[in-house]
Design a binder for this molecule. Structure first.
Ligand SMILES: N[C@@H](CCC(=O)N[C@@H](CS)C(=O)NCC(=O)O)C(=O)O
Length: 212
């Protein structure tokens, strides 16, 4: 195992705290019991060194020895490939974890993020654009609900697919968007009760609070 260093912002305003995507990486590292360090880049300035690691000037990225990886999905896939606590070894379960990892990022987050951004910004929720976004998310949640009714975790055992799907869904839950989807809500509650999530969340909150 190499030296693992997770980089996030030095500070963010209060609203996104607890939801900054470094939590996905923290959570995975905690689930696998891997030691890691956290480093910070300025929130207020995206310099060339930052862009060299994350070309969009975003966070997080993870360095694993001399390997530097951006995109939370790629980072979790990288960790999942090495640790069975994060990705099952059985080929069928592993295939399911891969499917759901991409489904979380490409099918559900694609619908949930524009919806959540509008909620965050306090944007108008009565115009045609809002209805389009709300309907798009509804289609995804209506499909997730029966999936999560008959299983605890997406791929059998808990995996990185759950970390990503839960992180995507809990942002919807933050704005009460899961009110009519009890299986989705229970799934988020079940996952966020895990000690690894609790620690990851507390550590992220403490990290940003330390810079206030
Ligand atoms: N697809 C990227 C998204 C990363 C992302 O949106 N990061 C946010 C923090 S949660 C960020 O850096 N926002 C600042 C910005 O976009 O300038 C991932 O999953 O890693």
């Amino acid at each position: 195992m190499s030296d693992l260093v997770l980089t996030t912002f030095d500070w963010v305003p209060a609203p996104p705290r607890g939801f900054v995507r470094d939590i996905r990486v923290r959570w995975a590292l905690e689930e696998a019991g891997l030691p890691y360090r956290v480093e910070s880049v300025p929130f207020g300035e995206r310099n060339a060194a930052h862009l060299a690691h994350q070309p969009f000037g975003q966070v997080p990225w993870l360095t694993d020895g001399d390997l530097s990886l951006f995109e939370s999905g790629a980072i979790l896939l990288h960790l999942g490939e090495q640790y069975t606590a994060l990705m099952p070894g059985d080929p069928h379960a592993r295939g399911a974890a891969l499917e759901w990892l991409f489904a979380a990022l490409n099918s559900v987050e694609m619908a949930s993020l524009p919806w959540a951004i509008l909620k965050f910004s306090g944007g108008a929720e009565d115009g045609p654009a809002w209805k389009t976004l709300d309907d798009f998310l509804t289609l995804r949640l209506q499909r997730m609900e029966p999936v999560l009714t008959d299983r605890d975790w997406l791929a059998g055992p808990f995996s990185v697919a759950d970390i990503l799907m839960v992180d995507v869904l809990r942002l919807v839950d933050r704005f009460d968007g899961l009110a009519t989807y009890p299986a989705c809500r229970d799934y988020v509650a079940r996952a966020t009760a895990r000690p690894a999530f609790t620690k990851a969340h507390a550590d992220q909150m403490a990290h940003f609070a330390a810079a206030d």
